[in-house]
Each structure stands twice: as C-alpha cells, then as structure tokens.
Design a protein around this ligand. Structure first.
Ligand SMILES: Nc1ncnc2c1ncn2[C@@H]1O[C@H](COP(=O)(O)OP(=O)(O)O)[C@@H](O)[C@H]1O
Ligand SMILES: [Mg+2]
Length: 499
C-alpha cells in the first residue's frame, strides 16, 4: 500500500473550525494544523505548508479569503485542497452560485445581475415580474436571510436599492414556495446524507430556522435530491449543501444556494471525515454507510439532542451468515492479505517512476483545466471518479487501482475491467477529457504503461524521438521503421502533440 498522504487542517483566525481530530478518528498519522492569520500572511503560510510537507489541506475557505486562496493554491500545485478550490467557487458570492448553476445547466429561479444601477432599475421597472427577491451578492452565504429582501412592486424595489446600495444588483423571481418551506440537502461524495424542510416562522416568508421557523425531515421530494446530486457532481465536491425551493404550482425544484460551507451536525462532520479518509486511502478506510432517507429517523429525535449527538451510524444490510460467506467467497482468506507488499518494499526505481508520473500529470494540469474541467482518469481522486454516472464505490476503487498500473489514453482501455462495458463508457464520454499523452513528454516507463505498447515499440519510438528532438505532427511516427499505417492509426488514439 502506498504511503498515506500527510493531512493538515486549514484554520483561519476568527473563523469557526469545521473539522478537528475527532472527525478523523482512526487516522494513524499526526494531522497538522495550519492557521492563516489574514493580512499579508500568504508567503508565510505557503512556507509553513511546504515545511510541514502537507499533501492534503482540509478546510473551508471563507468568502473574503477566496481569491487569496486561489493564488495560494497555484503556488502549491501539489497540495490537494479539500474541498477543492474549484468546488468552493460558489461559496464566495451569490453571483458565483448563479454563474456556477448557469454553466452546469442547473435549475435556478430566473436571476438577473446588474453592475450598473440604472440598468438594474430599468429592468425592475419594465421587465421584472413581481414579487422579486433582491439579495446582497457578496459575502458569506447562509446569513439567515439577513441580506435577502422581498419586494412586491417597482416602488418597493427602487426604495430598497436606494437604501441598501447593494452592488451588484442581484434580483430573482420569487418562487411561490410549497407550504412556505424550502429544503436543505447535505451531501457527502455526491450522496444525500441528510435533508429537511425548513418552514418559515409565523408572519415570516424567509425559511431560515434562525428566524423562528421549524424543520421537518419527512417527505423530501426526490426531485430536490436529484437536483442536489447533479450540483454536487458538477462541482466535484467532496461534500456539499444545497438550499432548494419547490414551486407550489408545478413541483419543480430550483437551487437557491449551494456551497461547500454550511452548518452541519457533529455526526455529519464525522461522516465527512470518514468519507475523506476513504478517498485519501483509495478505499482502505471504510466508507460510511448512509442509506437514503435515513434522515427521516432523525425526526424522531429531539432536535436539541441532534446538535450535540456524535457517532451515529447505520449498519449495512447483512444476509444470514451462510449467505454472506458465499457472497464474499473470493477464494482469498483475509489472513492472506497480510502478505501484500508495502510501499517501502518496492524497489527504488518503481517508487521514482511513480513520483515522475505525478510530476508529469501536474505539468499537464493547466492544459487540462482548459478542457472545461473534464476528468482525466489518470490523476482523478475517488471523489472525481464518483461523479461518473452510476458509479459505485467498489468500481471506483477498482478503476483507481487500474490507473496505478496503467496509463489510460482512451476510455476503452477500461474495458479490461470486468465490470465495465461499452454502454457505461458511452455514458461517461462527455465527462472525460482527451486523455492522450503528449508524445514529446514521455519516457519509457510511461510508454510501457500504455496499452498496446511493448518494449520494442517503446524503444524505437524513443530512439526516433531522440534523433529528431521533437515531434511536430503524429504522422511523423510513420517514418519509423516498423510502424505501418495500421499501427500509426492506433498510436494516434494514444498520443497527442502537447502545447
Ligand atoms: N427566489 C426565492 N424565492 C423564494 N424564496 C427565496 C428566494 N430566495 C431566497 N428565498 C428565501 O430566503 C431564504 C434565504 O435566502 P438565501 O439565498 O439562502 O440567503 P442566505 O444567504 O441569507 O441564506 C431562503 O432560505 C428562502 O427561504
Ligand atoms: Mg440560505
């Protein structure tokens, strides 16, 4: 088993600490703590991360520090931020939530954002349908509706805008909420683990429970869960929460807010910690088992207790012991697994190859990002792989193991895995990027990991490359003796010319 990554908690002065050691119970190594002190702390902070050799930095970044942390993450290209910086984009502002939802075609109320007051007022006067909900865009979300206002006509809208001076003007159609409630869904690894209705208090229209409302875990409609899953997958979020409105008339679901930052009960933080350890160890830790709609049980527990409760777990369904034995019989006794090699048992050159490989993929990260953040399976985390349609945990681990030994240049390479068929690949194609390898940036170890390339072929390709220095087009491969038209067309699906 590969060495475990070095974990660190990311804390910021004055910011609530979402995770601590208790959420990562069982993690065998020390987990570092790194505190960001605001005001010109960037360089010192980066140095500390490097000095502590942290591989994974865990923690939410508040809206006001988002841009600084985008820069910090660029200077730490080998550090994995959890939640990923990309998934924290929508924490920053309501504008970002809207942009994110539009980009990924997620259902939202009709929303307009104006950077010029005059244009905003013109829209509100002539085009908008009332009531409108006007919100302050920037700043942390989930302020309990403090910066959220309902206006019933243009006069009210104008008065509000003159008074609040929000810039930009962020205004959206009010959804006529079913039973005056909206729904909070929390997800871990794209699975809903808790969801509840929030109903507004008396004479209130805002549903935040901090404003006197109440909640119910019952009868959360499936379309709200589906929309939340779609958003979590689009964000590739390790954990995620959505506020969803259901239209009274049509039953249609709309995202009001979504983010990686949200208030969560202690046991949900524990589940997140367990899930992350599963991801970081590629499945060696157990993934928490959380059946869908399990939260309906929570409604039976006093909510005061819920806030402090820890260690809630749901046991998996187990068939009778005989049945289980047959199901699990892989002709491999548990005791035998002890003989598996440890990382340090590998000869040095293999270890180095792995390091080289990770360098190579990091270098190509930029080019990849251009490809609309599609997945390259060769450097995907388990959370990334879990975004693929109908993906199951076991299969995600299998794929992850496969890519340790192989470089995938085309999704069809995965057909070697028994559980994968062409139908599945077709579903995934839209979410996978061009995984071909830059022929000008290869070495022999890498070549040998590519399907259809043996020692001989690797050798002649590298020799030819040495001779010419750099490939300009892939057709040059045909100049190599031993590579004919057929082989060439095969190789073209494996290589590309990098930028
Ligand atoms: N478009 C809308 N239609 C109806 N109600 C809304 C709309 N937008 C917000 N609300 C209500 O206001 C509450 C707070 O809005 P939200 O955007 O979540 O802001 P906050 O950051 O304060 O939580 C929501 O939970 C919901 O009850
Ligand atoms: Mg909210």
């Amino acid at each position: 088993m590969k060495k475990l990554p070095k974990l660190g908690f990311l804390y910021l002065d004055y910011v609530l600490r979402f995770f601590d050691n208790s959420n990562f119970k069982g993690w065998p190594d020390k987990i570092e703590k790194v505190v960001y002190h605001w005001k010109n702390d960037k360089e010192r902070f980066i140095k500390e991360i490097k000095k502590k050799k942290i591989d994974v930095l865990i923690g939410n970044i508040p809206a006001t520090a988002y841009d600084t942390f985008v820069e910090i993450s660029k200077e730490l290209p080998n550090v994995r931020f959890v939640p990923s910086i990309q998934s924290q984009f929508s924490n920053k502002s309501k504008e970002n939530v809207t942009m994110f939802c539009k980009k990924h075609n997620l259902s939202i109320p009709k929303t307009k954002i104006f950077y010029e007051k005059e244009k905003g007022l013109k829209y509100l006067k002539h085009k908008a349908s009332y009531p409108q909900i006007i919100k302050r865009s920037y700043g942390p979300s989930n302020y309990g509706g403090y910066y959220v206002h309902k206006v019933n006509n243009y006069n009210e809208a104008e008065k509000l805008i003159n008074k609040k001076k929000y810039n930009p003007i962020y205004t959206q159609d009010a959804i006529n909420l079913k039973d005056n409630g909206d729904i909070r869904v929390m997800l871990i690894g794209h699975k809903p683990v808790c969801a509840f209705w929030r109903y507004s208090g008396k004479n209130q229209w805002i549903t935040n429970t901090s404003q006197g409302g109440h909640m119910s875990y019952n009868n959360v409609p499936m379309n709200a869960l589906e929309l939340a899953v779609k958003a979590s997958k689009a964000a590739k979020a390790e954990y995620w929460a959505c506020d969803i409105a259901i239209c009274e008339k049509t039953g249609k679901a709309f995202i009001l807010e979504c983010a990686t930052a949200f208030a969560a009960f202690p046991y949900i933080r524990d589940w997140i910690g367990q899930y992350l350890m599963w991801d970081f160890t590629k499945g060696k830790f157990k993934i928490p088992h959380v059946p869908i709609y399990s939260w309906e049980e929570l409604g039976k527990i006093d909510s005061k207790l819920l806030r402090t409760m820890r260690h809630i777990g749901f046991s998996k369904y187990k068939p009778s012991s005989d049945g289980e034995f047959i199901k699990n019989d892989t002709e491999n006794f548990d005791m035998e697994k002890v003989c598996e090699s440890f990382y340090k048992d590998f000869p040095n050159n293999i270890v180095e190859t792995r390091l080289e490989l990770s360098k190579y993929f990091d270098k190509n990260k930029k080019a990849e990002e251009k490809q609309l953040k599609k997945l390259n399976l060769n450097n995907a985390s388990l959370t990334d792989i879990m975004t693929l349609q109908s993906m199951q945990e076991e299969l995600a681990i299998e794929i992850h193991e496969f890519i340790q030994e192989n470089i995938i240049t085309d999704s069809t390479d995965l057909l070697e895995l028994e559980a994968i068929d062409e139908q599945m690949l077709k579903c995934w194609d839209n979410n996978l990027c061009d995984m071909r390898v830059d022929i000008n940036n290869i070495n022999s170890e890498m070549l040998l990991k590519i399907k259809g390339i043996g020692k001989k072929l690797a050798k002649i390709i590298l020799e030819y490359k040495k001779e010419i220095g750099k490939f300009e087009t892939l057709d040059e491969l045909e100049n190599i003796e031993g590579i004919g038209k057929r082989k060439l067309s095969q190789l073209k699906s494996r290589f590309k010319i990098g930028e």
